[in-house]
Design a protein. Sequence first.
Length: 332
Amino acid sequence: MAIKKKITPETSDLLRYVKGRVSEEERNLIEEWASESPENEKELLDVAKIHLAAGKGVVYSKEKTEAAFSSVMKKASSRSRRLFFKYAATAAAAAIALFALIWVLKPAEPDMLTLSAPLGEKAEAILPDGTRVFLNGNSTLTYPAEFNGRKRMVSLVGEGYFEVKHSDRHPFIIDTGKGLMVEDLGTSFNVEAYDKDGIVRVSLIEGKVKVMMDSEKTGSVAHILSPNDILTLDTGSGDFFVHRSSKVRGNEWMDGKIVLRETPLRDLLRQVSNNSGVKFVVSNPEIQEYKYTGEFGTDDLDTVLLFLNMASGIVSERVKTEDGETIILAKN
């Protein structure tokens, strides 16, 4: 999406800038916008920091990062400032490398907080702005100790359900680090973005959200979801589709349920693993694509294994390890 002069860039445009995926015209406009005020510079810096946290799980000090950044900018002339921004974008977000270097050279107490739910467990928290967050197993949310910028940005790896304290003046934005961000428009919604999965899924429960996607193939795309809409993004191809379902909300895990609707075995096993803490090894790769429909409790492991055996002839072997239990699945 082209950026016009005198218009504040979208967060998705700033993220593309950080990644080095903007045109010459877009880069010039963002650099001009960033140099107009300290607030604009801070917003661009915040986008870079949250994106790095989503991708690397880095913990850092806002004070020392911003102090170092400000020191560099104050010493630079107007022309040098533009050259700095241009170098950062042209070098495919070298700015992130600069921030990372600052964090390595100047360790400090973090002001970014992390909420984690280990495998087989769940976590809940109220963020500084009053937003409620529930995390499914094997998930991590990174967020600032205070939301003091124009936008409230957090990063998610895994799966979380959000009840956002809405503010038109301070949008709430989730960065999955996988080419997809979600902006609250007054909503309750579920985001599924596990690190090793090839998909990101956003399920809207109430209200509206804007989903912003960016890939080298499709460029920057935004889509508004309505209640019962489920958007699924293939992070490999950049393709996405939206379907509406009144039977699957997307946050059934909060009620202790696993709901399957033509669900591939790989997704079923991931859901069971996240909720039970059990790990799976699949001996026959082709069975990963088998699809199932049904409903189970998150603690019904024995029932799930019996179901797989009866439906597809898949047999299981349970092995005790130092890390817990591993279940080996094979086609009979």
